[in-house]
Design a protein around this ligand. Structure first.
Ligand SMILES: [Zn+2]
Length: 291
C-alpha cells in the first residue's frame, strides 16, 4: 500500500479505536491510577485499578509480575520510584500470560534496563504462530510490540530470583500459556506464602471466540477447570490476582488505610474461595450456552 494511504488507514483505525468506550481504559492511564503501596514485607503493588502489577524486592534485584496495560510505561516508572526503588533495578518481569493488557511495558523495560522477560511457553508459541491472539491489534499505544521472551516458562519449573525461589505451573484456559506460581515473602519477622494465578477472564472462553480460533469442541473450558483443580489446594496466605477485581484490591487497600495495623491481604481462605467461584461461574456459562 502506498505510504500515504497506509497513513490514512492508520488514522482511520485510531479514530475508530478512540470512539470505543474501552479505549478510555486502554489509553487514559491517569483514569486508572492507584497510589502504589506495600502489600506485605517485600511485596508491593505498583499496578493500576484494572490491571495488577506486583513488585517483589528479592534483595538482589526487583521482580515485576506483569508490566501493566498499554501505555503503562510512565506509571510504572513513577510508581517504582514512589516506593523508593529504582526502575533500572527491575531485573525480571514474569508475565501472567500473553495478552497486551499485561505485557504493556515489558519491551520498554528490556530496552531501557536489560530486564529479562519470562512468559509461559505456550503463549511464547502463540506470539509466533497466532500473534493476533495476543490482542495487540486492540491497542493504540505506539509502545506496544510483540517480542521473544528471554525465558519460556515450562510446567513444574522452579526458578530463583535473588533470594526468592518460585515454583511455577502452567494453568492453561484463559490463554494456553497462563502461569500460576508460589513463593515466600517476608517482612523480616514472619514468612507468608504468596500465590499468583495468571488469568481468569472468560472473554477467551466464549463460544464464538473458541469457534473462531478452531476449538470446535470448546476444549479450552475443560482445560480451564483442570488448571484450577491443579493448584486450588496450594497453601496461599496472600492471593495475587492479575486484575484488581480478582482480589478486591481497591477495597482491601481502603480498609488498610482506615485500619492501620490490619492487613486484609493476609487471608488464607481467599485463594481457594475465588478459584472455586470461577469454576462455578464457568459451569454456569456452559449451562447457559446449552439452554
Ligand atoms: Zn488476558
Amino acid at each position: 500500500m502506498p505510504i500515504k494511504d497506509d497513513y490514512a488507514s492508520y488514522l482511520k483505525r485510531q479514530k475508530q479505536f478512540q470512539e470505543k468506550p474501552i479505549a478510555k481504559y486502554w489509553t487514559e492511564q491517569e483514569a486508572r491510577y492507584v497510589e502504589p503501596f506495600q502489600i506485605f514485607g517485600n511485596l508491593y503493588y505498583v499496578g493500576d485499578s484494572w490491571v495488577c502489577v506486583h513488585l517483589v524486592d528479592t534483595g538482589d534485584g526487583l521482580l515485576l509480575f506483569d508490566a501493566g496495560n498499554c501505555g503503562a510505561e510512565a506509571m510504572l516508572i513513577h510508581s517504582i520510584w514512589e516506593m523508593g526503588f529504582r526502575p533500572q533495578d527491575v531485573k525480571w518481569i514474569i508475565l501472567s500470560h500473553g495478552h497486551v493488557d499485561h505485557f504493556g511495558a515489558a519491551p520498554f523495560f528490556r530496552k531501557m534496563f536489560g530486564t529479562k522477560i519470562y512468559l509461559g511457553q505456550p503463549d511464547a508459541e502463540m506470539f509466533r504462530t497466532a500473534p493476533e491472539q495476543s490482542m495487540i491489534q486492540e491497542s493504540s499505544s505506539c509502545m506496544d510490540m510483540l517480542f521473544e521472551a528471554d525465558h519460556e516458562i515450562e510446567e513444574g519449573e522452579i526458578l530463583i530470583f535473588g533470594n526468592t525461589s518460585i515454583q511455577f505451573y502452567l494453568v492453561p484456559g484463559h490463554t494456553r500459556g497462563c502461569i500460576s506460581c508460589f513463593f515466600n515473602v517476608t517482612d523480616g519477622i514472619s514468612v507468608k506464602r504468596a500465590g499468583y494465578y495468571g488469568g481468569f477472564g472468560f472473554n477467551t472462553l466464549q463460544k464464538d471466540f473458541l469457534l473462531e480460533i478452531g476449538d470446535i469442541k470448546l476444549e479450552a473450558r475443560k482445560v480451564y477447570l483442570n488448571s484450577i483443580d491443579k493448584v486450588i489446594s496450594q497453601k496461599v496466605d496472600i492471593f495475587m490476582g492479575n486484575h484488581a477485581s480478582n482480589v478486591n484490591l481497591l477495597k482491601k487497600r481502603q480498609y488498610m488505610l482506615e485500619h492501620p495495623g490490619k492487613n486484609p491481604f493476609l487471608d488464607s481462605e481467599s485463594w481457594r474461595n475465588y478459584l472455586e467461584q470461577k469454576k462455578q461461574e464457568l459451569l454456569d456459562l456452559e449451562k447457559s450456552d446449552n439452554l
